[in-house]
Design a protein around this ligand. Structure first.
Ligand code: 13P
Length: 226
């Protein structure tokens, strides 16, 4: 059985009370026992909240021994120091195991370049944060040391128009051929209804979910259906 990564990217959504309500509803879906069988299921579930919620979710996951991992949505390319408004890898690594790097929204809205993204990967690896490196096509270069890539075609992000699973699979195949990548995830309008069409493709090892991850019931269905 393939190891799957099911990743929730909450983007700039959820206050503290909304995150608590999400968690209660998410775990109410008979998910606790399902998740505790997870070693057999081979599904790694990663929640990527905004920075403001990382520390409290880390405490909750540990307190209730939840089989969920935490990821950050971004990391500074600078080490710790005088960089106002930045979060360094060493700070994030206190709470998160993973970090999303190079999401197309950051490339577009914050003009993040391949060179900058390479520095973010280096900083992350120096502090044992595992990058989930986003590309928009097989043409985006992937820095050395990346093992998990998320392929997110821009037209599919937030549009309700997911890519054809067979097309996503062929891009994943190319990505794995060009680079030493162990896992390629698909992202873009993933839903409980279409998730299995993606995860059943031979070269796709999971999903990166935006909109549908904000709804705890939908995200729990994605976890089960994947
Ligand atoms: P949607 O699931 O809303 O299309 O967003 C995808 C995405 O950008 C996840 O990182």
């Amino acid at each position: 059985m393939k190891h799957l990564y099911i990743v929730a990217n909450w983007k700039a959504n959820k206050t503290s009370s909304e995150a608590h309500a999400w968690l209660i509803q998410f775990l109410n879906q008979d998910l606790i026992s399902y998740l505790h069988q997870n070693t057999q299921l081979k599904k790694t579930i990663i929640i990527c909240p905004p920075f403001t919620l990382l520390s409290e979710l880390a405490i909750l996951f540990a307190q209730y021994d939840l089989p969920l991992s935490l990821g950050a949505q971004n990391v500074s390319h600078f080490p710790e120091g005088s960089h106002t408004g930045e979060e360094s890898a060493v700070q994030l690594a206190e709470f998160a195991k993973y970090v999303i790097i190079g999401h197309s929204e950051r490339r577009e809205e914050f003009l993040e370049t391949d060179e900058l993204l390479r520095k973010k990967v280096d900083e992350s690896k120096r502090h044992m944060l595992i990058p989930i490196y986003c590309v928009r096509s097989e043409k985006d270069p992937i820095p050395d040391g990346v093992t998990i890539v998320a392929y997110e075609p821009q037209s599919a992000i937030g549009s309700g128009k997911a890519e054809l699973p067979s097309v996503a699979n062929s891009v994943a195949t190319k990505i794995k051929k060009i680079n030493k990548i162990s896992s390629v995830l698909y992202g873009g309008s993933v839903t409980p209804e279409n998730v299995h069409e993606f995860t059943s493709q031979s070269m796709i090892d999971g999903v990166l979910v935006g909109t549908a991850s904000l709804d705890p019931i939908m995200f729990s269905q994605i976890v089960v259906n994947a």
